[in-house]
Design a protein around this ligand. Structure first.
Ligand code: ZN
Length: 198
């Protein structure tokens, strides 16, 4: 990329580290950014910096948030006795968009995957077990239906059943290997309604 100035090359390089962005797309994005007004670029850059700076895990559900307790956990109107276990904050957002769920969440930030050397200690499982000491009626396991998602669901259900808490799994309306993020809201709300007890 010697025909670009150093600054442009650096911008392209930085953009191409994003998931799904190859060199061609990075170039297109870079030139789009360069065509924006100074003000727009400032806003864009500070949105990235500010989002990263203020972000941490919610003290209760461990989703990414910029306050100690996320808005969902802080909401007294929600059912705090029902916890839905999801893999990441994007999946939480997908369920929130259905508008069908009034409980709270627990975000694992990953899955158990013996193949990839990821064990129970590599995800936020200890924190989940701690929450179960409280007054919990149902735990809904909503990990993806990938091999890792299923392995994680099995592991959690065994642990939780020992504690005498009702454990359910979202219905198989979610396609195998489907990334929850890309599944439409209708499918997700059916999956939630048709959950089965484990
Ligand atoms: Zn929370």
């Amino acid at each position: 990329m010697e025909f670009y100035s150093n600054n442009i090359s650096r911008l392209i390089e930085n953009l191409s580290v994003l998931p799904g962005v190859g060199t061609k797309t990075a170039q297109r994005l870079a030139f789009h950014i360069l065509s924006m007004s100074d003000e727009q670029v400032e806003k864009f850059a500070s949105a990235i910096v500010n989002a990263k700076k203020g972000i941490h895990f919610c003290n209760e559900c461990l989703t990414l948030t910029d306050s100690d307790i996320c808005p969902i956990c802080a909401n007294k109107e929600r059912d705090h006795k029902t916890i839905m276990v999801v893999e990441n904050t994007r999946d939480l957002a997908a369920y929130e968009k259905t508008g069908e769920y009034n409980g709270v969440y627990h975000v694992l930030h990953g899955t158990i995957s013996p193949m990839l050397g990821r064990g129970p200690d590599d995800i936020k499982l200890k924190e989940l077990i701690q929450r179960l000491h409280g007054d919990i009626q149902e735990l809904i396991i909503a990990t993806n239906s990938s091999v890792e998602g299923e392995a994680t669901a099995m592991y959690i259900s065994k642990l939780v059943k020992q504690a005498g808490i009702k454990v359910t799994r979202i219905a198989s309306g979610v396609p195998v290997g489907g990334d929850l993020e890309y599944i439409d809201e209708v499918t997700l709300s059916y999956a939630l309604k048709g959950r089965i007890e484990l």
